[in-house]
Design a protein around this ligand. Structure first.
Ligand SMILES: [Zn+2]
Length: 72
């Protein structure tokens, strides 16, 4: 098992909230992001490729807390 993986416990770096149309950086997750709640509510979206650009391309806005530069 590698300890050098940049992947988080979720196996991905970016996670979208399909309800809020916001993307979170799981490597910089803040408590207010409520990632577990997003997953439990079945609003979690993965991007392919797993990048911020791909999230933007899909119309997702940055989370104010873990990424910043939110447009809202
Ligand atoms: Zn966030």
């Amino acid at each position: 098992m590698s300890i050098h993986s940049t992947k988080t416990k979720y196996g991905q770096r970016y996670l979208g909230n399909s309800n809020e149309k916001e993307v979170h950086d799981l490597e910089n997750e803040a408590g207010v992001c409520q990632i577990d709640e997003i997953i439990q509510a079945d609003h979690a979206v993965r991007f392919n490729p797993d990048s911020l650009n791909e999230a933007k391309r899909n119309g997702y806005d940055n989370c104010h807390w873990c990424i910043g530069n939110s447009k809202r």
